[in-house]
Design a protein around this ligand. Structure first.
Ligand code: HPA
Length: 233
């Protein structure tokens, strides 16, 4: 059995899937943190691995960038492989000056400009939100691990390059703290299909101050986020 984009056989993918955007990140996470990782997907080099973490079966699947891409993988994982929870582990650009590079964010809700959501909800604006149990669990696990987190409302955009930071003023004045490109449709699909989803994000750049993390800084803070995700999983 395979889908358009995933060549795994039935049973090769765990109930819980960690989803970084970058498929090489998926490979890195699997090879670094999981015991006996096995690659189940090479289609389009969008690598997916299954292994165990403290004896528990977990998969890691690259999502690609943007809502069009993550929507495909989230849909096929849930609909065709019976996946029950997806934990996105990604990066974001901070929209408020006080958010430091490397800060881990638990995305409570994801507003956005995704045409995918606009096609689905033409007569209103759907409130895409995290699974509450996963969110609370991540909050508590981070505390136990002594990793600071910020819980907040985020924005998912289809457009990485914008006309300027002023685009974000009205969103920030309505409580949005950072921007990325995947969570809104992930939350929508998970709710629709009866699965649980949560996005954990690390601040890789600050759009207000212009600061961007070095690769070493990114590596370090990314590890904190992965630790939380693995404990939640
Ligand atoms: N914009 C959109 N997505 C992002 C950013 C950004 O600045 N940083 C990380 N993901």
């Amino acid at each position: 059995m395979s889908t358009f984009h995933i060549e795994a056989k039935q049973g090769e993918i765990a109930d819980t899937v960690l989803m970084p955007g970058d498929p090489l990140r998926a490979k890195f996470i699997a090879e670094t943190y999981l015991e006996n990782p096995i690659c189940y997907n090479r289609v389009r080099n969008m690598f997916g691995y299954t292994g165990t973490y403290h004896g528990r079966k977990i998969s890691v699947q690259g999502s690609g960038m943007g809502m069009g891409s993550i929507a495909i993988y989230a849909h096929e994982l849930i609909a065709d492989y019976g996946v029950k929870q997806i934990i996105r582990v990604g990066t974001c650009g901070a929209l408020v000056p006080h958010l430091q590079l490397g800060q881990v964010i638990l995305a409570v809700s994801a507003s956005g400009d995704s045409s995918a959501n606009m096609i689905k909800f033409q007569e209103g604006h759907y409130a895409a939100s995290a699974n509450f149990e996963l969110l609370v669990n991540a909050f508590q696990k981070a505390k136990e691990l002594n990793i600071s987190t910020v819980q907040g409302d985020i924005f998912s955009t289809d457009s990485f390059y914008d006309d300027g930071p002023q685009r974000w003023d009205k969103w920030v004045s309505n409580g949005i703290i950072c921007v990325e490109m995947e969570s809104q449709i992930l939350y929508t699909i998970a709710k629709k299909m009866g699965a649980r989803a949560l996005s954990l994000l690390t601040v890789s750049d600050n759009i207000v101050t212009g600061k961007a993390a070095t690769p070493q800084e990114r590596e370090h803070s990314y590890k904190d986020m992965i630790k939380i995700a693995l404990e939640v999983a």
